[in-house]
Design a protein around this ligand. Sequence first.
Ligand SMILES: [Zn+2]
Length: 89
Amino acid sequence: MPRDISSEHYKKRHREISRKHRMKNYLKIFARAAAKTLPWKPCEVCKDKKSEAHHDDYKKPYTVRWLCKKHHEEVDTELERKRRNDRGK
Ligand SMILES: [Zn+2]
């Protein structure tokens, strides 16, 4: 019964993908909660007091950089660009 086999295969793959997705979300939520327990600092670039915690790596929830909205966006854009470059190698 090839049809059953392929649907089993699909379900298995789907489970693996959603597990990875959940893990990623979990890390993100945990990292944000961890950042809230850290001493707050102003933006490391412009010293703006309206800063937010930035994670270079959600697997290191206590390693944060404090950045205002503007510089946070800049860092995120830069990281995204680097990630794309790394994939291209
Ligand atoms: Zn700033």
